[in-house]
Design a protein around this ligand. Structure first.
Ligand SMILES: [Zn+2]
Length: 358
């Protein structure tokens, strides 16, 4: 297909890359080649790219993950289509606004055939296993492109904030925990993308949501987004006791804990008999202790999950397109200031997504 950007891949573009693992200072805003567009791919002019905790882990280096350097981070991308590969059968339009499904799967293994792409043995994430969107241009398989409906009033910075955390939170709560109307959900550490998406999904599902934070300002904002009860875990470190008081000594049906080591024990203690702890991360560290007596006596379930399937992302996006779920953008910085954005995320000072603009 003809476009004014044909052969543009030979030209340089601006990107924030890193040549070696390390702190935020390894991020370098520089010229690099514009990605080539394969026959089955689409080239996007990146409008915004949102940060995830994953970016920090990849930048520092994940054991076993060998990257071709320089690497480009960025899993959550919004942009407009500027070129469509010759073998793409979907009638995409040049100039169309899109977001990107950040999961790359083989499409033929037993899990992919069942529609459980995030279990695919060769599952990879854009920005982690593949070069991502901290760049002016980004090319990706056409099947990863999700057009933004023209009727949607979603702004493009908000659109970039959505895919990774929304699909993750959807799978955690809807597929794994099977949250339903009347459930009590405890979310540990409101402020991160998965926590905020989880709050909105749980409210849409008719659950009561208790959130914790060390910041009263974050708790206030969470109330504005529908949280029913906020607990400041600095003022109330034994918050599991408060959770029991709030639930008539029953405990909550579900805990969403992606903090890990620092909160694991209290999360398990907050559950009712037969309750479920769901997790998709361990921002405070992975080596948490589990009281096995508590696990079997209370017949608890611990459910791990990562990312989500194409189907889960599309189901969740219906609630975005109709305005039920709103993205939460903390702030937008130019791509050249990615270092600063990483420092903010390292400190956990954000409420919602940090977004970069190339
Ligand atoms: Zn597969």
């Amino acid at each position: 297909m003809y476009s004014i950007f044909s052969n543009l891949w030979v030209k340089p573009m601006k990107a924030t890359v890193f040549h070696e693992h390390g702190g935020p200072d390894v991020l370098s805003y520089e010229d690099t080649d514009t990605p080539k567009v394969e026959d089955t791919q689409v080239l996007i002019k990146v409008k915004y790219v949102a940060l995830n905790h994953l970016d920090l882990f990849v930048r520092r280096g994940i054991p076993g993950l060998k990257l071709e350097m320089p690497h480009i981070l960025g899993s959550d991308i919004s942009g407009e289509i500027v070129e469509v590969g010759s073998k793409v059968s979907v009638p995409f339009e040049i100039g169309q606004n899109v977001i990107v499904d950040p999961g790359i799967s083989c499409g033929v293994c037993e899990f992919c055939i069942r529609g459980q792409e995030s279990l695919c043995s060769s599952y990879g994430i854009i920005g982690e296993h593949y070069r991502g969107g901290y760049a002016e241009f980004f090319s990706v398989a056409a099947k990863n492109i999700i057009p933004i409906p023209k009727e949607s009033d979603l702004d493009m910075a908000g659109a970039a904030s959505i895919p990774l955390t929304l699909m993750t939170a959807w799978r955690l709560l809807m597929t794994k925990a099977q949250i339903k109307v009347g459930d009590d959900l405890l979310i540990i550490g409101i402020g991160g993308g998965v926590a905020l998406a989880g709050l909105q999904i749980a409210k849409a599902a008719g659950a009561r949501v208790i959130v914790t934070s060390s910041s009263n300002e974050k708790l206030e904002k969470a109330y504005g987004m529908g949280a029913d009860i906020g607990i400041n875990h600095n003022d109330t470190p034994e918050y599991h006791k408060e959770v029991f008081r709030l639930t008539n000594n029953r405990g909550v049906d579900i805990v969403l804990d992606s903090v890990g080591q620092a909160t694991w024990d209290r999360s398990l203690k907050s559950l009712r008999k037969g309750g479920k702890l769901v997790t998709c991360g361990a921002t405070s560290g992975p080596k948490a202790e589990t009281n096995v007596n508590l696990l079997f006596w209370k017949q608890l379930e611990i459910l791990g999950s990562t990312m989500g399937s194409r189907d889960e992302l599309r189901m969740a996006l219906k609630l975005v397109w109709n305005g039920t779920i709103r993205p939460t953008v903390d702030r937008i910085l130019p791509l050249s200031r990615a270092q600063e954005a990483h420092e903010i995320l390292e400190e956990g000072a954000q409420m919602g997504k940090l977004v970069l603009k190339p």
